[in-house]
Write a protein that binds this ligand. Structure first.
Ligand SMILES: Nc1nc2c(c(=O)[nH]1)N[C@H]1C(S)=C(S)[C@@H](COP(=O)(O)OP(=O)(O)OC[C@H]3O[C@@H](n4cnc5c(=O)[nH]c(N)nc54)[C@H](O)[C@@H]3O)O[C@H]1N2
Ligand SMILES: Nc1nc2c(c(=O)[nH]1)N[C@H]1C(S)=C(S)[C@@H](COP(=O)(O)OP(=O)(O)OC[C@H]3O[C@@H](n4cnc5c(=O)[nH]c(N)nc54)[C@H](O)[C@@H]3O)O[C@H]1N2
Ligand code: SF4
Ligand SMILES: [Mo]
Length: 740
């Protein structure tokens, strides 16, 4: 027998949004080894434990190979295998009938976090189908940060300049890059070595906090007060950049008035920080600049979420640290090629349909706000009709969607497609998420997955997905800068199909044929054509990336008008007071309410604060629980607690404990850690792939997942963006028996 040819294929790991360059060794059509790609200009050979386990993940015996159709009741676990085409035929027929009877808005599409670059396909399908109900996790992921950048700065991201060596101070704010983005952490440490002072704002003594020159051990959920307080100090000490403010911002006087009460004394009380530390942070950042902030995507501040993100941006702006070497530098979309946002085809969805978006009437950033932001940004990027991707704004609200399904209000939602999203584990109020999926009102539910997750276990059809090793790669950051291409290591095994192919097949059956070229590579070639590139050529080139840093240059002169380009906001300036928020009936200035579900708990009986799981290096969200080498080191869900707090309850390291909030209780294992603040519990999202998937336990999700404890009441959510509170949840703990 001839040995299978051995080949090395360069691509990008898509297990998380760090997007590390990797080289996959392939024999025949089988991946056999993986290593970091030293030639990748950003990640430079780095690979994390999940990346190293990618081959084991690929060959996992629990991977889905064939479409499964439900027999018996939902969640009973009785399936019959059906051929791919037969399954898609039936799904298409049923969707057609539902749309005819109830309108296309009766279909919801739940899309999860980053897993490669074909995700835009679902948004394209929905816009062409006529439904505004794409439901995403942007609410608790990067959405609020990105949305705040859009309304304040006209685009984003405002990334810290770590390369020029000019930064005198770097604040790592609510971010854990030593686990969530190691190459970024390496760059921050290099900037520190080059002379920048490091400030870390985190309740937990993370490795970042240990490396810091100043650690602000903030009370969870109070960051908005701190940001307003830092602006207050910058103003009263004369550390603002008045020339910059006069020329490039609007709303300064109103902001100054708003922060007037946020004196260091008051902010110290609200945040639990020492007044002297707050002053030192302000001096380093505002007086000794240039200075940069690396902003994490933690939000979940409930009603303070959008304000929290806006307040940080206002701080950056009033100190003149925007687009200044050593400050935060803006990127915009590439001008050279089409972007993901272009491929989403937002302009295909009518205004009448957009107005039906579930939650869109309550959280206007996802309807009127999203349209206004795009209209403003179009002035600077006329080549993109929708410069901004829908996946970070302009989406339906999960808690409102679950209620809409269960209550048939404001109208029936009768079908759901779920892709790369374990929504039962990821969204607040896991019980309601489950109830929506098993509701008889939901007549059709399709989950496209790699594994039989708790969410997939409740579906009518489970469709097998191709993982990133079975797909080629193309990433044009909607946010400008670089774009990368990667080759496909192997063709999909068994009947697995990519996310693109799933929607292509459905779209072709539903009259969208003209918009679905046969392969994603063909679509990318259209995307790259304006730059004279093709996906195949770029992916195979020694340099498989293009740097289009021309991006966003608000201070440069527009040759057409002789005036500066300005910012992509309605006023063309940085909007400290936001005209878009005002037009949406929201407070145009950042504010701090400190309003949290804590207020609804029985204070005395719930003496502890719950945190809901910072990123860990070995797992991506609820994924990687199936990977044996990873589980061997992290077998059970871990709740981190300070040793003094644990001992007050007679709890030792490794004990099982109950954690109870007003929403219910879960069981995890105590992990004692002096890094944790006292009287605080940090519990994980969890499920046990090896357990029973029936509806009452769902692989242990209902007994163990931290989101069971999180209240998703829409009244608690941010008024403009809709984010629910993940901070300041009150809870209590007690020792538990080990689960059976
Ligand atoms: N309490 C609490 N909740 C949170 C957070 C928190 O900090 N605390 N963090 C939030 C954040 S930031 C995020 S981004 C979300 C993440 O929430 P999700 O988007 O639900 O992410 P995962 O749990 O990783 O689930 C992704 C699923 O996609 C599958 N998958 C992987 N690759 C592919 C693919 O190529 N195609 C398809 N079709 N499927 C694939 C995996 O098997 C996995 O089951 O969770 C949020 N939820
Ligand atoms: N290994 C790994 N990497 C990932 C992911 C993954 O699942 N696994 N997911 C990717 C995704 S989708 C995302 S969104 C990013 C998220 O990555 P990051 O932006 O780094 O966010 P988190 O890790 O959720 O939390 C960051 C820090 O916030 C702190 N924190 C918690 N509450 C508060 C608070 O109220 N105030 C302050 N100031 N700090 C607080 C936590 O202690 C933690 O150290 O990571 C990405 N990278
Ligand atoms: S999983 Fe690890 S190797 Fe893969 S992109 Fe994320 S950090 Fe990089
Ligand atoms: Mo995320």
């Amino acid at each position: 027998m001839e040995a299978a040819a051995r080949e090395e294929v360069r691509t990008i790991c898509s297990h998380c949004s760090t997007r590390c360059g990797v080289v996959v060794t392939v024999e025949g059509n089988v991946p056999v080894a993986i290593r970091g790609d030293r030639d990748h200009p950003v990640t430079q050979g780095f690979i994390c434990p999940r990346g190293r386990a990618a081959i084991e993940y690929f060959h996992n015996r629990r991977r889905l190979d064939h479409p499964l159709k439900r027999m018996g009741d939902r969640g009973e676990g009785h399936w019959v295998r059906v051929p791919w085409d037969e399954a898609v035929d039936e799904i298409a027929d049923r969707l057609k009938r539902i749309a005819e009877e109830s309108g296309p808005e009766a279909l919801a599409y739940f899309f999860g976090t980053y897993h490669g670059t074909d995700q835009g396909a679902g948004l394209r399908f929905m816009n062409l189908f006529g439904s505004p109900n794409y439901v995403g996790n942007a609410f608790i992921c990067a959405g609020p940060k990105t949305g705040a950048e859009w309304v304040t700065l006209g685009f984003g991201p405002a990334s810290p300049d770590l390369a020029s060596g000019e930064a005198r101070c770097i604040i790592v704010w609510a971010q854990h890059p030593s686990a969530s983005n190691v190459p970024l952490w390496t760059r921050i440490l290099k900037a520190k070595a080059a002379g920048a002072k490091l400030v870390v704002i985190d309740p937990v003594q993370t490795p970042e906090a240990r490396a810091a020159d100043l650690w602000l051990k903030i009370r969870p959920g109070t960051d908005t007060a701190l940001a307003l307080g830092l602006i207050h100090i910058a103003i009263t000490e004369g550390w603002t950049d008045q020339a910059f403010i006069a020329k490039w911002t609007v709303g300064y006087d109103a902001l100054a008035e708003r922060v007037a009460d946020y004196t260091p004394e008051r902010v110290a009380q609200l945040t639990g920080l020492a007044e002297a530390d707050i002053r030192t942070c302000a001096a380093w950042y505002a007086d000794d600049g240039p200075a940069a902030i690396s902003i994490g995507v933690i939000n979940g501040m409930g009603r303070d979420t959008f304000s929290c993100e806006r307040a940080k941006l206002c701080l950056i702006a009033v100190t003149g640290n925007i687009n200044r070497p050593g400050g935060n530098i803006l990127a915009g979309p590439t001008r050279r090629v089409m972007t993901k946002a272009d491929l989403e085809m937002n302009d295909r969805l009518s205004d009448v349909q957009k107005d039906k978006r579930i939650g869109g009437d309550a959280f206007l950033m996802h309807t009127r706000g999203y349209e206004a932001i795009n209209a403003a940004a179009r002035r600077l990027w006329p080549q993109h009709h929708y410069p901004l991707t829908t996946s970070r704004g302009g989406i339906a609200h999960p808690p409102s969607m679950f209620r809409a399904i269960v209550d048939r209000e404001p109208y029936p939602v009768r079908a759901a497609i779920v892709q790369h999203n374990n929504l039962v584990g990821s969204y607040a109020n896991s019980r309601l998420a489950r109830d929506a999926l098993v509701s008889p009102n939901l007549e059709l539910s399709v989950v496209h997955e790699l594994f039989m997750t708790p969410t997939a276990a409740l579906a009518d059809f489970v469709m097998p997905a191709a993982s990133w090793i079975e797909k080629s790669f193309m990433y044009v950051s909607g946010e400008g800068g670089m774009f990368f291409a990667g080759r496909r290591p192997v063709r999909p095994h068994a009947e697995r199909h990519s996310d693109y192919e799933f929607f292509r097949d459905l779209g072709q059956r539903l009259g969208q044929g003209a918009f679905w070229p046969d392969t994603l590579e063909q679509l990318w070639d259209m995307m790259l054509a304006p730059a004279g590139l093709t996906h195949g050529a770029l992916a195979s080139a020694g340099q498989n990336w293009v740097n289009d840093a021309a991006g966003y240059a608000p201070f440069a002169t527009d040759p057409a008008t002789g005036e500066p380009f300005g910012f992509g906001t309605p006023s063309g300036k940085i909007e400290l007071s936001s005209s878009i928020l005002a037009a949406c009936g929201a407070d145009p200035l950042p504010s701090y309410q400190g309003y949290a579900p804590a207020d609804r708990g029985a204070g005395g009986e719930l003496p502890l604060t719950l945190m809901t799981g910072a990123t860990k290096i070995d797992m991506t969200h609820t994924d990687h629980r199936q990977v044996e080498t990873i589980r061997r080191k992290h077998y059970d869900p871990l709740a981190r607690i300070h040793p003094d707090t644990a001992s007050a309850y007679g709890i030792a390291d490794g004990d099982w404990i109950w954690i109870e909030s007003p929403m219910g209780r879960i069981r995890q294992r105590a992990q004692l850690s002096p890094d944790m603040p006292e009287k605080t519990v940090d519990a994980e999202r969890w499920w046990f792939p090896e357990r029973d998937g029936r509806v009452d336990t769902l692989f242990g999700t209902m007994e163990t997942n931290v989101n069971v404890l999180v209240d998703d009441n829409p009244d608690l959510c941010d008024r403009s963006y809709g984010t629910w509170p993940l901070r300041l949840i009150r809870c209590r703990i007690e020792k538990a028996d080990a689960p059976a």
